[in-house]
Design a protein around this ligand. Sequence first.
Ligand code: ADP
Length: 514
Amino acid sequence: MNYIVGIDIGTTSTKALLYDLNGKIYAKSNIGYTLHQEQPDMAEEDPNDIFTATLNAIEEVVSKAQLTDGKVVAISWSAQQHSLIALDQDYRPLTRSITWADNRAEKYARQFKENGQGMIVYQHTGLPIHPMGPFYKLLWLRQEHPDVFGKAAYWVGIKEYVIWRYTNVLKEETSMAAATGLLNMKTVDWDDEILKLAGIQRKQLPELVEPTYNIVGIRSEYAKVMGIDDNVHMVMGATDGALSTIGVGALEQGTLAINIGTSAAVRSFVDKPVVDPKARLYCYPIMQGKYLVGGPINNGGIVYNWAHDAIFGPEQETAKLLKRNSYDLLTDIAATVPAGAGGLLFHPYLGGERAPLWDANARGSFFGLNRQHTRAHMARAVLEGIVFNLYMTTISLVEVAGDPKDILVAGGFVQSALGRQIMADVYEHEITIPESYESGCLAAMFLAKMSLGLESDLSGINKYIGKEKKYQPNEENYLAYRELIPIFIRLSRELSSEYGNIAKFQREFPKLYN
Ligand code: ADP
């Protein structure tokens, strides 16, 4: 038997899973690194730390698996989108990896939004007008760090850099290239007009390849550390967004893939490039005839974490006494009040928001409080608010991709019965929870099988996904949500004119928090 490592370079850690060719997991590892945030709006990572984490993660799964028969034949990559690193002529980093969470290009994204050029970039590339995009980071570096900008021989993302470190080959696959905002989504080639706007040249970017492209052979010193052969296949893989959609089996237009983990996302594959007239969704080519359209949402489970920590201290004490998980206890408390939380609405925009608002200044609020409301109502309103916001993003997705036949939902939020029921009720639709674990690494493993000629097309992933469970909407609950969702949406429009003012106050008077 031979083996494949599926590896995902996330924002806070790298996860590796070692699979056999039947998709059985033999070992897992997870290695964290620092997100550097020394300045406001900065979110950088050290490319060398990440490279080392990948090396250690692979070494760890290989040694844990204690393989006696066969060997690791491929390593296949998933990674965070939108990272940017400047390299010099000798491929040495001139910057750290500037991640999707870095907002220092905000001014340039705003200018492009206001002068209409951002819409042109969106229509060409499918990248929403937001500082997360490498295109906007290039504008910022060109203006504010001309020294670095001038010295850069190459511009790459973290996955391209790491694969280069192993192989000395610099390539970029379609999905990651698409997320830079420099790739024309119709021609699936670097877009010369957009490169000109960014002030860079084609020769500064890696050569484009398909996600199933593989490079045979890695540097022997690294192979030795990891305990694998140096003629292993390095499979380019794809973005975490694309792979976690493939990894739950949402392969066709009409199947919506929703993930609610720390952040959240609503995604669907479509057959042709689509643009949203209001630029609320990205659209990225992934593989031949497959485009991923979706909305990335900042405020997922992280908002529930905030409520748990900041509001529900007493419940944490109770959970300790009862020897229960405090998140589960809080969810049980929320379930004691009916759907709709007695008309208490919660806007979850604690950290600004990408889809559906695309406003970094957005802020959260409770709305509709009355004297009957209790802590249980507040807990339920927080959970419902997270899902209402996903639903609002889904409305724009349905406008371009059509009504979904199936809705697949994954992530920590739907591990709870209440989380699942709120999803089914808000969407008024059966929801399916796939059993598959670490869908990004699973799909990376599957791309490696395609790359090695062991699978012919994506539909083969279904046999690795495992059992699914289905949950039905409850009429009494969705009738309440039908009334509340329009208020939630109208309210977000009403409040939008004040977000900038309150965010400005919070920036200017940070001392008032202490
Ligand atoms: P990640 O995106 O980091 O992989 P996970 O998919 O593991 O995240 O999901 C983590 C999120 O799940 C946390 O932010 C947490 O708020 C949420 N969560 C944990 N327990 C519950 C629960 N009982 N009900 C709803 N959400 C929960």
